[in-house]
Design a protein around this ligand. Sequence first.
Ligand code: ZN
Length: 317
Amino acid sequence: MIRRNFLAALALAVALPISAHAETPLKVVATTGMIADAVRQVGGDQVEVKGLMGPGVDPHAYRQTRSDIVAMTRADLTLWHGLYLEAQMEDFFHDLSRKRNVVAVAEGIDTSKLRAHDDYADKYDPHVWMSPALWRDVVVQVQIALTDTRPEAAEIFASNAQAHLAEIAQLEAYGKQMLAAVPKDNRILVTAHDAFGYFGAEYGYEVLGIQGISTQSEAGLNRIGELVDTLVDQQLTAVFVESSVSDRSMRALIEGAAAKGHQVDVGGELYSDAMGEPGTYEGTYIGMLDHNITVIASALGADAPALGMNGKLSAGF
Ligand code: ZN
């Protein structure tokens, strides 16, 4: 009897690698919603993803909770962004990576493609998801991490990744087309913090953030005064708030311009460091960027489709 059970178990063990589908999903934890989305796209039914930071959560300020730690110690794979985005969790991840399967996905990007920033002498701008071209590199890093963790599903991950990379290429083309339709003099993006540097570089926009590259630095009165002068001098009429950053400084900016007799309006709310609600189109990477591109192009004077490139945006403009 015991021997029969042993043989049955052996047969099962031999059969398992052949049908990767039959295995239990890999448990993957991801810090930002954008990384969690990439894992869902590439992993498909091979993964069960837990994203730690929901809509409106600021990754520069986020600290791991007790339940996050439990999830990460039980996970088959934990993915974080790196490049000092999760500044408050940096030490935690360095410790965790000594014991667990942990990968900083944005640190796999060739550093020659990254932007330096005045705020951090020895670091790079972490907001790489703002450039579809750079985000493709991150999706490839996610594919590599999943394949290293479950090599028998390599073909599934490769085929899912190809499909998602093609979607991102389509998004990139849409962005180029829409943002080039904005009159040249209007191609200035004023936002709450400096999250749009890669976006500006990719699409040829000047980007002015009230706060620096991290939301952790205070916006000084000098900076607000400087930006008020820019708005007035260049006759800019639209500024943008961010879903994961307080709009207090933005209100000060609008009031400052009004005091000088220049009216500025909020051109819309952008998803800078967090995506929209889970289960919605804006709660995916493609939807997040489609929203940003469409809102920016439309507010700055281009004739953008009200529902975005896929006709899926939740509100018209
Ligand atoms: Zn940021």
